[in-house]
Ligand binder design. Structure first.
Ligand code: PTJ
Length: 243
């Protein structure tokens, strides 16, 4: 039992939920380490959406809602933490929702797809093929989904898929609390924010931006600037942590 007056109540409830999702198979055991890494970076950020992250979220909304074939890639952690928010974003931008896993088993794919459907998402499923130039199981995807996407959102990503997708000519939006990760540095646009804060902001922006704002956001897209702003915010907080 986690007492609601515990100062870290939300964090403890989330951890308990993820541990339960490991037991059902939705989250991989490795997903707990990924979450812990995210929490550490979120501490540095002050567990809030920074101004530069909000700009990145508005830019992501512009890219997703203007795409020909946008896809939201979902892994175990993303589904466990934010299935409803994924469904909300799908409604706002019309993207396909496709499950793509590093620790891939058919059983996990089915469990995650069911979780997403129960949360209101329409899942792009069916037989996957080994289509991405990767030696691990993230290579499995659908021809009409991720493989032919022009814009793809990759939350809580690991390793080298982001680079492969960029090399295939896709616009890749990463959502990652670690601004130093390979994914964050390789993506077209990186949102350095926590998943459950970022998704509703992107969804809200999909319906709120004027044409002039969209044009301005796309013209000023500079991922290195966004990453350096995130690092600056973290450095500032660390420098003044004991003030
Ligand atoms: O479900 P699977 O089998 O596809 O596996 C998924 C995980 C997450 C285990 C896999 O992709 C992985 O190992 O990821 P990494 O390499 O740990 O990278 C995940 C990144 O997401 C890290 O840089 C974390 O900082 C970041 N992260 C973790 N939780 C959050 C987050 N970013 C935003 N919001 C979070 N809640």
């Amino acid at each position: 039992m986690i007492p609601p007056d515990h100062p870290r109540y939300r964090s403890l409830v989330t951890r308990k939920h993820l541990a339960a999702c490991v037991r059902t198979g939705i989250v991989s055991p490795e997903g707990l380490t990924a979450h812990g890494r995210g929490e550490a970076f979120d501490y540095f950020l002050g567990e809030r959406t920074t101004e530069s992250a909000l700009v990145a979220e508005r830019t992501a909304a512009t890219l997703l809602s203007g795409a020909r074939n946008p896809v939201i890639s979902v892994n175990g952690n993303t589904a466990a933490l934010a299935a409803r928010e994924i469904a909300g974003l799908q409604k706002a931008c019309g993207a396909k929702v496709e499950v793509n896993l590093f620790h891939r088993t058919e059983e996990r794919v089915n469990l995650i797809e069911d979780l997403l459907r129960n949360a209101g998402a329409e899942v792009f499923s069916g037989p996957a093929e080994r289509l991405l130039p990767l030696s691990h199981d993230r290579a499995w995807c659908r021809r009409e989904g991720m493989f032919s996407a022009d814009v793809i959102l990759v939350p809580l990503e690991d390793g080298d898929r982001c680079e492969a997708l960029v090399n295939m000519g896709k616009t890749v939006i990463a959502l990652d609390l670690n601004p130093l990760s390979r994914t964050a540095r390789t993506a077209t646009l990186t949102i350095v924010d926590e998943l459950t804060r970022a998704l509703p902001n992107i969804t809200g922006a999909c319906g709120n931006l004027t044409d002039a704002e969209r044009t301005e956001l796309l013209a000023s897209l500079d991922n290195n600037y966004l990453l350096s702003e995130a690092i600056r915010e973290m450095t500032m907080r660390l420098a003044h942590a004991l003030d």
